[in-house]
Design a protein around this ligand. Structure first.
Ligand code: NAD
Length: 269
């Protein structure tokens, strides 16, 4: 287990599936109390809760890890303020925020509507900022240390045609991470990000469930395979823990080598 996580209060956005779910489960195993934000499905959030408690304690009725499914749309400022306040009220405080909620839309950039552009930025970037803002207000008002971890993407640095709004949101997330890290470094608030490569989660249903398409995706990855949500969660646990006490403003790429210019694996001539 990672140093300093036991008993910490965590809010994970979009935690009812994929990487967010794996983070909730891993942090519960590390002894954190977990607030599981979901937008639509309470049932999915409760499934996540059950898996997390099961893994953390075995016995659902006798577990020191607290859990709280909490509804909220991170594109809505009022939802975020209420969500953060509720978590603080129920857990007593907040120590760690994980900005994980994210969406993508595929569309040629010259046909992208203003509404779709705004929606992706509203969830992925503005939502992450507003959650961070509310968390930081709390950390400062209590004069307590705090952690924020943003779930970015390799598209923080790799341009992605047909996914302009997604690429922009993750590119912006790099500077969100760095600016907040610098601004609050002397207040004991650490802000970092992870940048997953191709990861097996519902957002990638289009190729993860199709062996041929999956092989094409994996052929571009130096380690020849997609990553798992658990591999992402392990890095989040590290960055959230006191083992990473001197790390701030960084994005850790977890991508099987995807950002290493895979085309250079073999000599070109
Ligand atoms: P996912 O679709 O399973 O998870 C996204 C979650 O965000 C879902 O639970 C969804 O309900 C939630 N969400 C969407 N809009 C929301 C809103 N307005 N308010 C609250 N919650 C909302 O996919 P995932 O792969 O687990 O994605 C998690 C994060 O990881 C995203 O930020 C994504 O961009 C990032 N990421 C994923 C991959 C990958 O290959 N899977 C790669 C790089 C980055």
């Amino acid at each position: 287990t990672m140093k300093g996580l036991k008993g910490k209060n965590v809010l994970i956005t979009g935690a009812s599936s994929g990487i967010g779910q794996a983070i909730a489960i891993r942090l519960a195993q590390e002894g954190c109390n977990i607030a599981i934000n979901y937008r639509k499905s309470l049932e999915e959030a409760e499934d996540t809760e059950e898996m997390a408690i099961q893994k953390a304690c075995g016995d659902i009725n006798n577990c020191s890890v607290q859990s709280l499914p909490i509804q909220g749309d991170v594109s809505q400022e009022a939802d975020i303020i209420e969500m953060v306040n509720t978590v603080i009220e129920k857990f007593g405080s907040l120590d760690i925020l994980i900005n994980n909620a994210g969406i993508q839309k595929e569309c040629p950039s010259h046909e992208l509507t203003t509404a779709d552009f705004d929606q992706v930025l509203g969830v992925n970037l503005r939502g992450a900022y507003l959650c961070a803002r509310e968390a930081i207000k709390h950390y400062l008002s209590q004069n307590r240390s705090g952690v924020i971890i943003n779930i970015s993407s390799v598209h923080e640095v790799i341009p992605r045609p047909m996914y302009l709004s997604y690429s922009i949101s993750k590119g912006g997330m790099e500077n969100l991470t760095k600016t907040l890290a610098l601004e609050y470094a002397n207040r004991s608030i650490r802000v970092n990000a992870i940048a997953p490569g191709a990861t097996i989660t519902p957002i990638n249903e289009a190729w993860t469930d199709d062996p041929e398409k999956k092989a094409v995706v994996e052929s571009h990855i130096p380690m020849n395979r997609a990553g798992t949500a658990e591999e992402m969660a392990a890095a989040v646990a590290f960055l959230a823990s006191d083992e990473a006490a001197y790390i701030t403003g960084q994005t850790l790429f977890i991508d099987g080598g995807l950002t290493l210019y895979a085309d250079f694996r073999e000599a070109w001539s």
